[in-house]
Design a binder for this molecule. Structure first.
Ligand code: SAM
Length: 256
């Protein structure tokens, strides 16, 4: 291994350790505050726009996400509207944040990285498993024709649905359910993103990918492996993208 390889390996490990700490903090904060906070106002100040611009430049572009449409969506969606009021001053910080019920809104870099990895086209139909705050769903809705998002924790899903409606997203549907078996009535999908980690790739989700479709999901135990699954004419191909740390996928996934 060269010096720069071991340095970049060290920095990956350091980032991972930091993520473990932040998510641990988020989960314990989430566990202490299970009641959803009132929806924050939709206002977007000049200071918040500037913070978002810095977030995109320093946390996302500088780390190698270059898809112009993804960067534009990350610049546009007001992340502070998706976090509880007491977390708003941290909305553009470089990490996940607690959103209640022991759940988190993902780190902005990971949202951008996963969105870029989906290789989205404007006419695509996308499925998300794990609506959470609705932030990732909003980013997707900026980029594609139709978004379907499933959340297992009812109050979180309802709150996200209401927030997304108030922000004016009309190309997006939220369903309260276990996403392990996907959304067969709306399949096939051009892309699927899973934002909670199962310990295996859910077969029903692979089956709901259109030929040529891409799925990006965290899989396994800590650290999880962020993988991309492609459905090609020659079968299903899988590649490993990044070590990550997500909350576990609950429901049926945990019984397998
Ligand atoms: C890391 S959070 C998602 C962040 C979210 N995408 C956002 O932008 O805020 C993971 C979410 O997946 C949800 N989840 C976990 N298991 C699930 C399942 N089987 N089906 C649907 N949602 C699930 C959790 O309740 C949680 O809200």
């Amino acid at each position: 291994m060269s010096g720069s390889d071991s340095l970049s390996c060290l920095s990956r490990v350091a980032r991972l350790v930091l993520l473990v700490l932040i998510v641990g903090m988020c989960r314990s904060l989430g566990a202490q505050a299970p009641t959803p906070s009132p929806t924050p106002t939709l206002s977007d100040s000049e200071a918040q726009r500037q913070a978002r611009e810095r977030m995109v430049h320093e946390q996302i572009e500088d780390r190698g996400v270059h898809d112009k449409r993804v960067l534009a969506a990350m610049r546009k969606v007001p992340r502070h509207v998706f976090v509880p009021p007491e977390m708003q001053s941290h909305a553009y910080a470089d990490g996940p944040l607690p959103i209640g019920y022991g759940q988190t809104i993902s780190q902005p870099y990971i949202v951008a990285f996963m969105t870029e990895a989906l290789e989205l086209k404007p006419q695509d139909k996308v499925l998300e498993i794990g609506t959470g705050s609705g932030y990732q769903a909003a980013v997707l809705a900026e980029l594609v024709r139709e978004v379907f998002s499933i959340e297992i924790v009812e109050p979180l899903g309802k709150e996200a649905e209401e927030r997304l409606k108030r922000l004016g997203y009309s190309n997006l549907k939220v369903k309260i359910a276990d996403g392990y078996r996907g959304w067969p009535e709306a399949a096939p999908f051009d892309a699927i993103i899973v934002t909670a980690a199962p310990n295996h790739v859910p077969p029903a989700l692979v089956n709901q990918l259109r030929e040529g479709g891409r799925m990006v999901l965290p899989v396994g135990r800590l650290p999880q492996d962020l993988i991309r699954v492609r459905r090609t004419p020659n079968g299903v191909k899988q590649e490993s993208l990044l070590p990550v740390l997500f909350v576990p996928m609950t429901g049926e996934a945990q019984k397998k």
